[in-house]
Ligand binder design. Structure first.
Ligand code: AGV
Ligand code: CA
Length: 311
């Protein structure tokens, strides 16, 4: 049986690759897609998403635009990535865009799609949770239609990945962009699977993986992976926060194949104020979340490479 998946993403390189991989999964029924302008600019991320569905999907989907705004903006350099993916010749060969833009903003599109889908739906979020928080505020009864939320977000390590003025570095970016939204979802009854930095740190994009994809580029889907990740090259002689991990791709792979990872339950809260805002903290009386803390790295890279070969 296929799982119903609704996908809300924020247009980064790994968000867009996640959309591509979802379209290759035999065990997934993708019911809806929406894009939030967090780690991207909205227009190119919308075009790229629609073109990926045109090229690699089977039609029947539209893509909703989010009108949500965050508290702590992403760096412009990162937000530019969606322009590069949208400009790929592979996505522009046909010269037209068929997949339509939905007639509702993302948070209402989530409500509508959950209601219209028979049975329950798994929510896959690879950007901030703002659209889900707004949907829950408008209609809390959608919780009954949600199987679970699988989210790339958070960490319980001392070090997060936010390096910004007036912040102490303990948060992960998808929480930091809109901490209140994460807190709102924590306050709901939805089951939460958290693909946190604990596991994503184990899947950096290393040179051997880039070489593997280069060698297999005769497969158009593997070439697509390689071309996309060429936009975020490794900077070997210059030390920055530039290492690209397969954050969202691991989260998406977990939806397709949960055997790749190990999960443990942690009670936690989300900090919404001050220098640690966006930090997820373990506390005995917090709400339970299922944290993906370990991954079989080789099995993961095999899985996504084989999926890409199917395209
Ligand atoms: O914190 C990880 C999230 C993921 O959803 N994003 C990127 C992934 O799409 C933010 C982010 C953290 N470090 C980054 C990020 C980097 N070096 N480049 C781009 N985005
Ligand atoms: Ca993302």
């Amino acid at each position: 049986m296929k799982k119903n998946i609704y996908f809300n993403h924020d247009g980064g390189v790994d968000d867009l690759i996640s959309l591509f991989l979802l379209l290759q999964m035999d065990n997934v029924n993708l019911t809806g897609v929406s894009v939030i302008p967090a780690d991207c600019y909205l227009e190119p991320a919308m075009f790229a998403s629609r073109k990926i569905i045109d090229r690699f999907g089977n039609g029947g989907l539209d893509v909703a635009e989010s009108n949500s705004r965050g508290k702590n903006p992403f760096p412009k350099d990162w937000r530019m990535h969606a322009f590069y993916v949208d400009a790929l010749p592979l996505l522009n060969e046909s010269g037209e865009v068929i997949t339509p833009v939905a007639d509702k903003p993302a948070h209402l599109h989530i409500i509508e799609t959950l209601r219209a889908t028979k049975g329950k739906t798994t929510l896959l979020f690879t950007g901030p949770l703002t659209d889900l928080a707004r949907a829950l505020d408008i209609d809390p009864t959608i919780e009954e239609k949600v199987e679970r939320l699988v989210w790339m977000g958070g960490t319980f390590r001392e070090e997060g990945n936010v390096h910004e003025p007036e912040h102490d570095g303990t948060a992960e970016w998808n929480v930091f962009w809109d901490p209140e939204a994460a807190a709102r979802v924590w306050a709901s009854g939805i089951e939460i699977d958290l693909v946190a930095l604990e596991s994503t740190n184990q899947v950096p994009l290393t040179l051997d993986v880039r070489e593997r994809w280069a060698k297999a580029r005769k497969h158009i889907g593997v070439d697509f992976l390689g071309q996309c990740y060429a936009m975020v090259p490794p900077l070997v002689h210059f030390s920055t926060n530039s290492t690209y991990y397969l954050w969202d791709v691991l989260t998406t792979a977990f939806v397709g194949n949960s055997d790749l990872v190990k999960v443990q339950t942690v009670n936690s809260i989300v900090m919404t104020e001050g220098a640690s805002q966006g930090r997820t903290v373990e506390t005995a009386d917090g709400r339970p979340v299922h944290v993906v803390y370990d991954v079989d790295r080789d099995a993961f890279f095999d899985y996504i490479t084989e999926l890409a070969k199917k395209a």
